[in-house]
Design a protein around this ligand. Structure first.
Ligand code: HT7
Ligand code: ZN
Length: 894
């Protein structure tokens, strides 16, 4: 497999300017004819200006090729496993304005395409996925994002009865019948686009439609969302979300939609969440279908955010796209930032959203940074680009965009965005172009900031502080450490609270940390203060307090500050963060079997106060009462023992639950009554109702963790079972099921668990998304024989490795169940490796993601590490092995 380097970018010697395509779809064989208008591009200077039309020989059978209406003989071009080369000697000279026309005809077989890249069949429908390099599995073409072409005519022909709906990018310009049983549609997209945004769909689909009039232009846009007929009742939330997204982008960034149509199609088999094809988004059903019976509150929120994300790509990604795939974060980091801001505005709670986003970043991206796949947000090389759709490119990329916003302010950021679109609309550009627009629009020098694009790993910022009474000055000294030998430009948001009164004496200000070590002074302070540092998580770093030069017990002092901030910080994120730090400290002390009385007191105090609060944001309350997840805790450890970590966290949870049992129970009951008093059996989806359910389910989890004695198990299982039975929506039902699946012991307890699982399965009535939840709940159970259960489920008639959602719901979910996946005997690793090997034969994008579960072996101690590595070595010997899996496994073994 060939490694592609970022620095090897060469401009296109020839560019396709216009494309016309014809798809003749028939069972078992689709014929694709492409007419490419080619013009001269740029001399790359390396003496090779031949035209490379990418094409995967495994997917394409070339039937014919002609140049300027003359058939080419096989000696006139070169056909390789990766494409077709037409020598520059047959084409017009590079500098000239002449055009050449190339027509190719290929045969493809979507029915056999299990990779879900290119044109494939999902259930009864045909659809395409072209990002990153799927178009070369449909036709021969310069399949790279800097070739922006107008797809002036895409004709799709198929059986009228089986595929009544035929969709493409842009606007439908013609349709009609061919005899009794076939029909066609022609689509035309006026906007030049790279091939990765190409899409067609053919299926027997139902839909809902609406319209939106853009502002200020007043363009009336027809909106339509398609799904298989049985799911059409679950599309309204997606439609509402789309309309909100369109309005938000106009209000926030002055960006309007630009075509007369916006279509979305829901498909069952899809490798990722969704795809932003121009005017024709394709969505994984899991990110578009929702009704209260089948979707949780989190599902509803995720759908709104992904609908927003794909819509926002229309400007950040489609109108302005990436020059090459190394620039992926240019569109993904920016679009994630935009969807995060959209969701925060829709939730009306910036703190709740920030807590969720930072938690996800820490759990996934920090882990990536700490392993062998660590890379800068703009990677330096890849073997398979599909492996670089990562938490780093997406989530850390969004943090980098957020830092521009923090440094430049709201107005400054908007000025930068406006200039970016003014300069680059219709072009394929780089991360440097984005930075230049931000800098030029604001007249600032961001050259040091650019180091974020080339620095891998999570930087550490250490701080130290001192108050000098005489000069009434507070000193904050920061030092930074990262994989870059030169210092990064890090925005550090800081506020100060008076140590005695708890009042905020210095509101949030952004400090520009640009040196390796830098001191900031705050003057005019009458007394000592407690600093609240990195407010709102103003940079994607690990923040630690220096213990250098401290007198006495440094950790005691630090915990005192956390306890202080957990009670008083005016910054919602940092108030939550302080509570999490205290809990983390207690869990680690428990794990190390250290005396932890002081920390325990602080945690009790914070927990009791938060639990007792009335009329606060329920979601904030829920997050403040939750212990940090094991994945986040693991990021703080050099060597992880997942079994010990799980036990320590479980013990702390139980200690809290026992101490506050009656208060937790009272609050749980109070919320039950409050929720029942709402005079409707319909589930409410406003922020208060979502918050109430979130809080009540956190409380349920505490109540259910007390199960040491027979009586306790009876009480816990009855409580969870009664919530399960009474639930009027999926959120409460799934939370109750999650508690029940981890319960074992007496006959009654087991019957409730098994009864609930059976009922959940029966209620699903074959709904794939609900069945995914049924598989996941069991894969995530905390039972000693969970792996045996998972293995049995692999043989369940509803299980298949060929559907990514289903495969993730069982196999990937189990690999997240850390204490069991990392069982000392290595059986979890053997199971995962076996599944990865199976999936690699079907779908390399899936197998390489799953294989990622084994590459962190260096972090799990000697014995576990050796077992994980052993499985990776076995995978590395697979014959054949896909490029995707090869890259992950070989990086893992390096
Ligand atoms: N831009 C989309 C990425 C995507 C994708 C990438 C590789 C393989 C399959 C894929 N499906 C979608 C999704 C997004 O970020 O909006
Ligand atoms: Zn995206």
């Amino acid at each position: 497999p060939k490694e592609i380097l970022r620095t090897s970018y060469r401009p296109l010697p020839y560019r396709v300017e216009n494309v016309e395509m014809n798809f003749d779809i028939r069972e078992g064989e689709t014929i694709v004819e492409s007419t490419l208008t080619v013009v001269g591009g740029v001399d790359g200077g390396d003496g090779n200006n031949d035209l490379l039309l990418d094409g995967e020989s495994d997917a394409l059978t070339l039937l014919s090729i002609s140049l300027n209406s003359k058939p080419l003989s096989s000696s006139e071009y070169k056909l390789t496993p990766d494409g077709l080369v037409i020598p520059s000697s047959l084409l017009p000279p590079i500098g000239s304005k002449q055009q050449a026309t190339i027509v190719t005809k290929v045969k493809i077989c979507p029915e056999e395409n299990t990779q879900l890249s290119g044109l494939y069949k999902s259930g009864t429908m045909y659809c395409t996925q072209c990002e990153a390099m799927g178009f070369r599995r449909i036709t021969y073409y310069p399949d790279r994002p800097d070739n922006m072409a107008v797809f002036s005519s895409v004709r799709i022909e198929a059986s009228k009865k089986d595929y009544p709906v035929l969709l493409g990018n842009g606007n439908r310009i013609e349709d009609g019948s061919i005899g009794d049983d076939r029909h066609y549609a022609i689509w035309s997209d006026p906007y030049p686009k790279p091939s990765y945004l190409f899409c067609i769909v053919a299926g027997n689909l139902s839909s809902i439609s609406s319209s939106y009039t853009t502002k200020p232009s007043g363009r009336k846009v027809h909106l339509e969302i398609f799904s298989e007929p049985e799911n059409v009742s679950k599309l309204q939330h997606a439609m509402d979300s789309l309309i909100k997204s369109m309005k938000w982008d106009e209000d926030t960034f002055g960006l309007e939609y630009d075509l007369e149509m916006y279509n979305i199609v829901a498909v069952n088999d899809f490798n990722m969440g969704a795809m932003e094809n121009k005017g024709l988004n394709v969505f994984n059903t899991a990110y578009v279908l929702a009704d209260p019976k089948s979707a949780t509150d989190t599902d509803y929120e995720r759908i709104e955010s992904v609908i927003g994300h794909e819509y926002f790509h229309n400007w950040t990604g489609n109108r302005v796209t990436c020059r090459d795939w190394f620039q992926l974060t240019l569109k993904e980091g920016l679009t994630v930032y935009r969807d995060q801001e959209f969701s925060a505005d829709m939730m009306q709670s910036a703190s709740v959203k920030r807590i969720e986003d930072v938690s996800a970043l820490r759990a996934r991206q920090f882990a990536e940074d700490a392993g062998p796949m660590s890379h800068p947000i703009r990677p330096e090389s890849y073997i398979s680009m599909d492996n670089f759709y990562t938490a780093t490119v997406y989530s850390k990329g969004a943090e980098v965009v957020r830092m521009y916003r923090t440094l430049l302010g709201k107005e400054g950021f908007r000025k930068g965005m406006d200039l970016y679109f003014k300069r680059h609309d219709g072009n394929a550009v780089t991360c440097d172009d984005f930075l230049a627009a931000m800098a030029d629009a604001n007249g600032v020098d961001l050259s040091q900031f650019s180091r974020w694009y080339s620095t891998s790993g999570t930087p550490t910022v250490t701080y130290d502080s001192k108050y000098e009474g005489e000069s009434k000055t507070f000193y904050l000294t920061f030092s930074q450490e990262s994989n870059n030998p030169d210092p990064l430009h890090i925005p550090v948001s800081v506020g100060l609270l008076d140590k005695v009164s708890g009042e905020e004496v210095s509101p949030t200000q952004v400090l520009n940390l640009k040196e390796k070590v830098q001191t900031f002074q705050f003057t005019g302070l009458d007394g000592d203060v407690v600093p609240s540092v990195l407010r709102g998580f103003s940079a994607p770093v690990k923040l630690v307090r220096s213990t250098k030069g401290s007198v006495g017990d440094a950790s005691a002092d630090e915990e005192k500050n956390w306890a202080f901030l957990a009670a008083r910080d005016t910054d919602g994120f940092n108030r939550w963060e302080a509570g999490q730090k205290l809990m983390t400290s207690l869990i680690f002390q428990t794990m190390r079997q250290e005396e932890s009385l002081r920390t325990l007191e602080y945690v009790f105090e914070a927990f009791g106060r938060t639990l007792g609060m009335d009329s606060v944001d329920y979601s904030i309350q829920a997050y403040a009462l939750s212990l940090p997840p094991e994945s986040t805790l693991a990021e703080e450890l050099d060597v992880v023992d997942p079994v010990a970590l799980h036990a320590a966290r479980g013990n702390v949870k139980k200690t809290i639950a026992r101490k506050f049992y009656s208060e937790i129970r009272a609050k749980y009951d109070e919320l039950t009554v409050a929720m029942q008093s709402i005079n409707t059996s319909d589930i409410q989806l406003d922020a208060v109702s979502i918050g109430q359910r979130r809080l009540r389910n956190v409380l349920l989890d505490y109540l259910c963790c007390i199960k040491d004695t027979c009586e306790e198990r009876e009480v816990a299982s009855k409580l969870a079972f009664s919530q399960f039975q009474a639930a009027n929506g999926m959120t409460d039902k799934y939370s109750a099921l999650s508690c029940l699946v981890s319960m074992d012991g007496e006959q009654d307890v087991v019957s409730r668990r098994e009864g609930a699982l059976q009922k959940f399965y029966d209620d699903a009535a074959g709904d794939p998304l609900v069945l995914n939840k049924w598989f996941s709940a069991q894969a995530l159970a905390d039972l000693p024989d969970v792996l045996d259960r998972v293995k049995t489920l692999v043989d369940h008639p509803d299980f298949t490795l060929s559907n990514p959602n289903r495969c993730r719901s069982l196999v990937s979910a189990f690999s997240m169940n850390a204490a069991h996946f990392h069982a000392q005997d290595g059986e979890g690793y053997r199971f995962l490796a076996r599944m990865v090997a199976e999936v690699d034969k079907l779908n390399p994008q899936m197998s390489s993601r799953m294989g990622g579960g084994l590459i962190q072996w260096r972090r799990y101690g000697k014995e576990r590490g050796a077992l994980m590595k052993g499985e990776l070595e076995k995978l590395s010997k697979l014959k054949p092995i896909s490029n995707d899996l090869f890259e992950v496994v070989s990086r893992g073994l390096k």
